[in-house]
Ligand binder design. Structure first.
Ligand code: C5P
Length: 227
């Protein structure tokens, strides 16, 4: 049986303010998506890659990835991230039993994180997520009024790749309300009562969301190039 990577990369990325869909924004001359897939492939634990591309950009995406992965499958995405992931799952070959879902926007996630997630799923966890401690104090608010301060020691920030037993993930997507916009696949399994295991995330797995994140990503790449 094989492990697959599904990469939702069909978002517009409005918060980044770029003219292009976020996954196609260049970082050191290379699209974010290509950085993300390169690092996943370097883990050595991924057999199949399905990229969910912005509608209208499938040929461009396939062209940018084929030199790296001749067998990459590229399908057009949907309105919400959840729709895009489901469309990616629909394109998986039958012999895949472990699925990693990884945001293209977490383009500098180190290969070791992919390996740790696949290993935990293969060891029997139906759902595995990389997490980091939260450094800011977090409060619940209503409008501009604080309702409560949440106990920080109990909180983690959740990253991708998130890893799953394929049939559990597909069942969760099938059970999800159409149009319900889950921001996280593990949450859909939680809703069905599956245990979700955490593994250590990595600082470099941050999501490129705002212009400041692109500056950070540039700096990290430059530091890698000189180390
Ligand atoms: O918008 P956000 O940063 O949460 O998106 C996370 C990931 O989901 C990004 O890689 C984005 O391209 C992808 N996405 C998608 N289809 C959508 C919305 C987001 O593939 N409709």
């Amino acid at each position: 049986m094989r492990s697959a990577l599904v990469v939702p990369a069909a978002g517009r990325g409005d918060r980044l303010g770029a003219a292009r869909p976020k996954a196609l924004v260049a970082l050191a001359g290379v699209p974010l998506l290509v950085h993300a897939v390169r690092r996943a492939a370097a883990s050595g634990v991924i057999d199949v890659v399905v990229v969910v591309a912005p509608a209208g950009a499938c040929d461009e995406v396939a062209g940018s990835l084929r030199p790296l992965l001749p067998d990459v499958v590229v399908v057009p995405g949907g309105a919400e991230r959840q729709d895009s992931v489901r469309l990616g799952l629909d394109a998986l070959p039958d012999d895949v039993d472990v699925v990693l879902v990884h945001d293209a926007a977490r383009c500098l996630t180190p290969p070791a994180v992919f390996a740790a997630v696949v290993s935990a799923v293969r060891a029997g966890a139906p759902a595995v997520i990389p997490v980091l401690p939260v450094s800011d104090t977090v409060k619940r608010v209503a409008g501009d009024q604080v309702v409560e301060t949440v106990e920080r020691a109990e909180l983690v920030a959740v990253q991708t790749p998130q890893g799953f037993d394929r049939s559990a993930l597909q069942a969760a997507h099938a059970a999800a309300a159409p149009g319900a916009a889950a921001t996280d696949d593990a949450g859909m399994l939680e809703a069905l009562g599956h245990p979700v295991l955490t593994v250590p995330g990595h600082d470099h797995a941050f999501k490129v969301t705002r212009p400041l994140d692109l500056l950070l990503a540039h700096a990290l790449l430059a530091a890698e190039a000189t180390s």
